[in-house]
Design a binder for this molecule. Structure first.
Ligand code: FES
Length: 107
C-alpha cells in the first residue's frame, strides 16, 4: 500500500491508500475522487485523466512514454512539464506520498 494525495482544482486534498499495481486514475475512480473523467477506462486513448505530478515526485515517477506523450498534446487543460495521464502511473511502495494535482478541465 502507498498513499496518494489528490489536490482538486478547488484546493481540496484527498488522501487514499492505493493498492499496489492500481493506477493513480483507478485509485481515484474507485474511491470517488472527482475530477478525473477517464473516458477510455485507462487505455491511454482519451487524455481525460490529466494530472500534474508534484515536483518532488517528478523524478521518481518519471516522464510519459511515447503514446502517452502524444496523448498529452490533446489535453483540455494546459500541458505542463509535470503533466501525466494518471492511468499510466501504477502505484507501488516507492511512490508512497505521491501528490498529484487534478487538471482543472478534462474535456
Ligand atoms: Fe483515458 Fe487515461 S483514462 S487516457
Amino acid at each position: 500500500m502507498a498513499e496518494v494525495n489528490y489536490i482538486s482544482p478547488d484546493g481540496t486534498v484527498t488522501t487514499i491508500d492505493a493498492r499496489d499495481g492500481d493506477s493513480v486514475m483507478e485509485t481515484a475512480v474507485k474511491n470517488g475522487v472527482k475530477g478525473i473523467v477517464a473516458e477510455c477506462g485507462g487505455a491511454c486513448a482519451c487524455a481525460t485523466c490529466h494530472v500534474y505530478v508534484d515536483e518532488d515526485f517528478v523524478s521518481i515517477v518519471g516522464g510519459p512514454g511515447d503514446l502517452e506523450d502524444d496523448m498529452l498534446d490533446g489535453t483540455a487543460a494546459d500541458r505542463c512539464e509535470n503533466s501525466r495521464l494518471s492511468c499510466q502511473i501504477k502505484m507501488c511502495a516507492e511512490y508512497d506520498g505521491l501528490t498529484v494535482k487534478i487538471a482543472p478541465k478534462q474535456v
